[in-house]
Write a protein that binds this ligand. Sequence first.
Ligand SMILES: NC(=O)C1=CN([C@@H]2O[C@H](COP(=O)(O)OP(=O)(O)OC[C@H]3O[C@@H](n4cnc5c(N)ncnc54)[C@H](OP(=O)(O)O)[C@@H]3O)[C@@H](O)[C@H]2O)C=CC1
Ligand SMILES: CC1=C(/C=C/C(C)=C/C=C/C(C)=C/C=O)C(C)(C)CCC1
Length: 318
Amino acid sequence: MAPRTVLITGCSSGIGLALAVRLARDKQRRFRVIATVRNVSRSGALVAAAGSALGRTLEIKQLDVCDEGSIRACLDSIPGRHVDVLVSNAGVGMIGPLECQSLAAMQGLMDTNFFGLVRLVKEVLPDMKRRRSGHIVVISSVMGLQGIVFNDVYAASKFAVEGFCESLVVQALRFNVAISLVEPGPVTTEFEAKVYEEAERADYSQTDPETAEIFTKLYLRNSKDVFASLGQSPEDIAEHTLRVIEAARPPFRHQTNAAYTPMAALKHADPSGALMTDAFYKLVFKYDAVLRLGLRAIRLLRWKAQKVQAGARLLGFK
Ligand SMILES: NC(=O)C1=CN([C@@H]2O[C@H](COP(=O)(O)OP(=O)(O)OC[C@H]3O[C@@H](n4cnc5c(N)ncnc54)[C@H](OP(=O)(O)O)[C@@H]3O)[C@@H](O)[C@H]2O)C=CC1
Ligand SMILES: CC1=C(/C=C/C(C)=C/C=C/C(C)=C/C=O)C(C)(C)CCC1
């Protein structure tokens, strides 16, 4: 079987980088990876991680999801514009009180996270439909299923992604093109540091003192604990995404973190939304100390499991 051509966006760091390298280093050499970055000068980490795969099973190309011209130029540079699997991964985060965020910043986020996907699909889908074959894999988020306090605009961008794909999937299926949404919970990548840096720079005089305090004292602390306890590695997400890509019948949705599944299911258990709002209200404002304790216990268990694994490796069991 000829290797499948996989085009991935946002490969300068995080999930995109991990996935590009994982696929390019596939032992069965099933993939030819086109790892795209919006700024080629930021390819250092990718080049280092790709190692000997660079120039063999992995090539780096420029692609900015906010620029239709750059998407077209990238596609036109591929022989026959042939892409078997498109992975729409590029994305940015945004946290904080709404009053502290400019409309321009919100529009910029929608332009990357939602319209970036739309631009890619408009460019790639017609070729896939013509060939009656292809797979569009979208790195969405659990926040495409369930909003989280102080993530209003980011969650909205991922809800938009989910609505877009949910609508398109049936038409695509008619042309034998699959669409899959990968829905990670928190992942420890530059994404986290970038949103905290922005939170540090934010002007909290734009909101009332109570909201500013809830965000800076309560949310940020709990969010850091959530990432430390429940965060997955980008390599984990790459493994999950590989399973979606190689599936004979790709799933439409794939959640990567079982800890989030009950949270995302609350709205379905009670369509009025009361169960969901009540549960989140209590988690954020009432039982935050219990939440932190639970998260700390998970961190301890994870740490112990890592020690056991390291010991097993030392003894030659793995
Ligand atoms: N980290 C997390 O907790 C989670 C992340 N996700 C999603 O995963 C995806 C990847 O994020 P993650 O790896 O964590 O974060 P990173 O910040 O590590 O990576 C984001 C990537 O997107 C790129 N990017 C941003 N804007 C553009 C653009 N206009 N055109 C092309 N590339 C662009 C960045 O490039 P550059 O270096 O040039 O900025 C970078 O390569 C995102 O869609 C995010 O929403 C989903 C769930 C959880
Ligand atoms: C679960 C949870 C919290 C935080 C969740 C976070 C921080 C999730 C981050 C997800 C990301 C970053 C997804 C990216 O797409 C709170 C509000 C602290 C308390 C209530 C329960």
